[in-house]
Design a protein around this ligand. Structure first.
Ligand code: NAP
Ligand code: HSE
Length: 434
């Protein structure tokens, strides 16, 4: 039996989940893996608060990182604090002290991956990040260890549990955004600052990690286009319902010949029959297309205490088994994108656009004319509502669904439509995947 001492940094949702899971399954892990994993230290900010949870012996808690970094008997450090600092400094210090690091912190990994990896290579320590994407779904190791024979051309998925939970509650129960967010927070899905979930940052961190591994080139987080869900309104859900769509926050990554890479996170309308439209609550799912395997979809709980602990503990076991022979990533260890990879910003999509106009004869043809001028072909036009305006005329909300069009052409058309006298507002633009 191999004895391993580990330390936890942070004892919140994920940290306590890891502690509980190691306790609950310790006999099975010993039996199956030949590993006895002992939590020797837990770094916290407030010992009283941690002790009140009555989960771990008070003597395990420390306020000093040195108690962990300077303890040669601790070989794996599990970072579950979140945020960039002091996580970045502690991870680097642990790696340079030859301790392997397991982390669920996608923000710090997506922003400082190359530095950590360089330090891990230099000291021979391991760096394990399965829980950074998809919570409990075995996603990253599936990409690196089971799909390595493929060239991956496409990823498309729901990779934020909080926003999927909110969108599901809003769409199915008519709950308000605020109520749904509060429930997601109470269930332990949301980030400490939930703006990270709602504004799409969390999903961009995850897509940066996922697409870097899938496309074998570093995709920096700032290369990922981002829109969150905070601007969605009940009118968007109503339009989606009438068109037979669900709205999901999708992360999309595509790689075309010539190393053309497109990476984006935004609300997306999906036909109700699309498998991703059926992903509800905090569940995540990712479609992966490989040139040999075809399409696969990985599905499971993308957030929450024990699902995330499942991935973290798996990483701890890997870190223990791989001592002295840790592996590193396939892409070159650089902070920027590989010079042979080109970022596509003028992608192709279908668009659902809602305009608020003064309803006068010729309005529809004026707007359609602008789309036509920019080579944006229309698939359908719907008028959802009407009401009197202050000048004795009528207001109308007209929704246009395009055929596949170029992003830049659509944006140029909308700028011009916005300037038309009849246009009061271009209220929303939601991309559609079919
Ligand atoms: P959390 O519940 O807020 O827990 C973080 C814990 O770290 C808190 O107890 C906090 O202490 C502690 N902490 C923060 N800074 C510290 C410091 N300088 N020294 C010592 N302790 C410190 O967050 P979480 O949900 O567990 O998330 C942790 C990480 O896992 C994040 O990177 C998150 O993105 C990632 N993650 C979370 C989930 C999920 O479902 N929750 C899933 C996958 C990945 P206080 O209690 O004093 O604030
Ligand atoms: N806040 C994240 C989410 C946690 O909701 O998906 C899992 O990474």
């Amino acid at each position: 039996m191999k004895q391993i001492n580990i330390a936890l940094l942070g004892f919140g949702t994920v940290g306590t989940g890891v502690y509980k899971l190691l306790l609950e399954n310790s006999i099975d892990i010993e039996h199956r893996e030949g590993l006895s994993i002992c939590v020797k230290r837990i770094l916290v900010r407030d010992i009283q608060k941690a002790a009140r949870l009555q989960l771990a012996d008070r003597s395990l808690f420390t306020l000093k990182i040195e108690d962990i970094l300077d303890d040669p008997s601790i070989s794996v450090v599990v970072e579950c604090m979140g945020g960039v600092e002091p996580s970045r400094t502690y991870i680097l210090s642990a790696l340079s002290a030859k301790k392997s690091v397991v982390t669920a912190n996608k923000e710090v990994i997506s922003k400082h991956w190359h530095t950590f990896e360089q330090q891990a290579r230099d000291s021979g320590a391991g760096l394990y990040i399965e829980a950074t994407v998809g919570g409990g779904i075995p996603l990253l190791r599936t990409l690196t260890d089971s799909l390595q024979a493929n060239n991956i051309t496409r990823l498309m998925g729901i990779i934020n549990g909080t926003t999927n939970f909110i969108l599901t509650r809003m769409s199915e129960k008519g709950m308000s955004f605020e109520e749904a967010l509060l429930e997601a927070q109470s269930r332990g899905y949301a980030e400490a600052d939930p703006a990270s979930d709602i504004e799409g940052f969390d999903a961009t961190y995850k897509l940066s990690i996922l697409s870097s591994l899938a496309f074998h080139t570093h995709i920096p987080v700032d290369a990922v286009y981002r829109e969150g869900i905070s601007s969605l309104s009940t009118s968007d859900f109503e339009a989606a319902r009438q068109l037979g769509y669900e709205i999901k926050l999708l992360a999309i990554g595509k790689k075309a010949p010539g190393a053309l890479v497109e990476v984006r996170v935004h609300p997306t309308m999906l036909p109700k029959t699309h498998p991703l439209a059926a992903i509800r609550g905090s569940y995540n799912a990712v479609f992966i297309t490989g040139n040999a395997v075809g399409d696969i979809m990985l599905y499971g709980k993308g957030a929450g205490q024990l699902p995330t602990a499942s991935s973290v503990v798996s990483d701890i076991i890997y870190a223990c088994h791989n001592e002295g022979r840790h592996r590193h990533n396939t892409f070159r260890n650089i902070p920027d994108m590989d010079k042979d990879t080109h970022l596509v910003t003028d992608w192709e999509s279908i668009y659902c656009i809602r305009t608020k106009v003064n309803d006068k004869p010729g309005v529809l043809s004026l707007i359609s004319g602008v789309f036509a001028k920019h080579n944006v072909s229309l698939k359908s036009v719907l008028q959802f509502a009407q009401q009197d305006n202050s000048e004795g005329g009528q207001l109308a909300w007209i929704t246009f669904v395009t055929h596949k069009a170029r992003e830049k052409a659509v944006q140029s058309a909308l700028r011009e439509i916005d300037l038309l006298e009849c246009t009061l507002e271009v209220e929303s633009l939601i991309r559609v995947e079919e």
